[in-house]
Design a protein around this ligand. Structure first.
Ligand SMILES: [Zn+2]
Length: 134
């Protein structure tokens, strides 16, 4: 579910809160994977037989891959939530998180930082001013 749909469904405040919680669960997952990698690699020296050792190394590599992916997702989700959070004040009347979603989309050209940059056009519920969060 994209951010526009999440905001439309839950309202900005709840969406934002949830994004922060979710992103930090990815952070915890990344940390647990790191611990697993260290534990698996430590047990390689005491494992009996080459097959068992190779299995442990493969498991450690897999845990490392999952952990890296979780770390990436943590950063991506947190950055996006903060970017939208910074733009949630109405530029005209300064009302916070009091807007409705009018439209949403992706940028015409990909931005080169590897993150996704969806934009959301919104309208203030208080003064009707429209602006674009991106
Ligand atoms: Zn306003």
């Amino acid at each position: 579910m994209g951010p526009a749909e999440g905001i439309r469904r839950r309202g900005f405040r709840k969406w934002y809160e949830r994004e922060l919680v979710e992103s930090h669960l990815f952070l915890v997952s990344a940390f647990l994977c790191l611990i697993a990698v260290v534990a698996l690699l430590e047990s390689v020296s005491t494992a009996e037989g080459r097959a068992a050792q190779a299995g442990l190394v493969i498991l450690a590599a897999a845990a490392g891959g999952v952990g890296f992916r979780a770390w990436y997702q943590f950063q991506r989700q947190l950055a996006r939530a903060e970017r939208f959070g910074d733009q949630a004040h109405c530029p005209a009347c300064d009302a916070y998180a009091r807007f409705e979603v009018l439209a949403a989309g992706e940028p015409a050209r990909p931005v080169e930082d590897g993150m996704d940059h969806p934009w959301i056009k919104v309208r203030c519920r208080r003064c009707r001013r429209e602006w674009v969060m991106e």
